[in-house]
Design a protein around this ligand. Sequence first.
Ligand SMILES: [Zn+2]
Ligand SMILES: [Zn+2]
Length: 273
Amino acid sequence: MVDRLVNSEANARRINNVEQCFGSSGQPLGIPGRVLVGEGVLTKMCRKKPKPRQFFLFNDALVYGNIIIHKKKYNKQHILPLEEVKLENVEDEGGLRNGWKLKSPSKSFVVFAATATEKKEWMAHIRKCVNDLLAKRGIRQSTTNDSPVWVPDSEAKTCMHCRKSEFSLVNRRHHCRHCGRVVCNACSSKRWLLPQQSSKPIRVCLTCYHKLSGEAADSNVSRTYAVIATGENRNSSGEDSSDDDDDQGRDGLPPAGQSGGLDIHDAHFQSYN
Ligand SMILES: [Zn+2]
Ligand SMILES: [Zn+2]
């Protein structure tokens, strides 16, 4: 079905429309052979709380952004190449339902669909696109370098490493870039080079630091990593602002599935097949 759309006018028009909605805040999306497979609003678990984001599924990439005006204007565009994207089911818990993990080396997070049916549809479509792409390119995925899904701030009142340090306005929360747990400053004073996430060494917790330096000592190739990591790198790199689509933009929109500013009908997954 997707093949039928490759050179269609409708497909070109849809992709051009997505590009227009992101305006200068986004990258050009019209690549030969690219097909817009579907789109819809998903609720993305961010550091502080779940927030609605517009997602576009292409046959080679998953693109998402903040919603300024639904169907008209988006910003903070993120592009995840599909050959790196893996899915993992998330069980329903409390008010958070119909979720799954989107994992990749550069970014991993949890999203929620409005209904169970929509979740099924999204996951099936993404899986199919990923599998088709991998088959076409003759490659297999590796999961070893996936970035961690960050534990939301609200789930940690105390440091998840020392279990003593209580968070407050002065005792800030930090996220380990290797395991995603919320830890205190003292328990995350070390930096490590995780090349998929950043070109500079970034914050890791002490547990991960010891694990990573142990692994590095066991292998010759990683010796340079250990050297970099022993320096107390206190510059601003890898500060906790890297969950960057969290902070700005319009956050007044309710999560998908709870009526409000969004036209719920439009927010549902829309497939173009
Ligand atoms: Zn601690
Ligand atoms: Zn860690």
